[in-house]
Write a protein that binds this ligand. Sequence first.
Ligand code: MLT
Length: 397
Amino acid sequence: MAVLNPHFQKLKTDYIFPVIEKKVSDFKKKNPSIPIFNLGVGDVSLPLAPKIAEAMQSAIEEMTVSTHGYGPPEGQDFLRNAICKEQYAQYGLSPDEIFISDGTNSDTCAIQELFDTSCTVGMTDPTYPVYYGANIIAGKKIYLLPTTKEQGFIPKPPKQRLDLVYICTPANPTGTALNFSELQEWVDWAISHEAILCIDNVYSSFISSDEIPPSVYAIAGANKVAIEMRSFSKSAGFTGLRCGYSVWPKTLELSQLNEMWLKRTNIKSNGVSYPIQRGAEACFSDEGKKQLQEQITLYRQSAKILSDGLEKLDQIFFGGKHSPYIWWKIPIDGNSWEFFDILLENCHMITIPGSGFGACGEGFVRLSSFIKPTIAKGAIDALHHYFATNQLFSQRI
Ligand code: MLT
């Protein structure tokens, strides 16, 4: 009989995002006439920018008159060149160090395949749950690095040696972002511990301060130890289209990694479809950039409405400045699922309980600002009304 992968047994809880989607759908079924404020899964809510849609349409037209069969698994040159020119040439990187994929979810899951099972993998707690699940399934040894309110949810390099460490900055779920000196500390630690950093940088378009590095490669020495991952999902509304990229410098101290990732990509992928890559390329056109900036500005406005609203209620929270996420300390004595239920029942507001991101996430809920400002305003009004009329909360204002 086939022996099943025993590591699956170690996944004790369900993957959080489908659990939340099920809660949303159950609530809608039970209350079809009640509008909900969905601040749960970080999915975009604005339509595709016209310039991008246009580029994809014309790619499809092109395919009706000429053949576009298999493309290079590592991505079309036009897209690798555009990404490099816009984002990485300034750090001395070249297009053959950039690999296109169907998104950062896949890339962060796959990176561990390049390392031996004896390698130790570090990640923060709370963390984006994909890193944890993928490494558990692969049988890797995981070390959780507790990241707490007391340290402002800024992860610190550990004392022990680790081989591969995931850092999400700007962070999902806590919304915090490492500044230059904090990220430099990680790079220096990785150099001295011969570790590799996997920097998940998918929220970089939300950075709004010069004190936060736009890329890990703005940090001295990062090209020796860091792999950076980004996607078009959150910056350009590609969650339903799928396109991302990762950067594998040839200058890494483990210099084989670039070649190994290429080999892995050749074996495991037939690449991202041609029209999607043309759409991604259009994100870097002048008009594309302008349209995407308008979208990010709207999401930022929503984050500001949510932050201001929580501040008025005297709440403790992190994020919302350089990230679309707000990490709210729950104002009750119960746990984060209990608070999730309170918000859903009374304010018709969907959040994500912090415990879904790890044990250290308990005591918090995450709010996504990938919503229109009118929805953010509705959610805050509902919250203010509930706090004002509820004994438990009115004592805390
Ligand atoms: C989230 O954090 O909400 C995610 O980006 C959603 C996902 O990866 O499915």
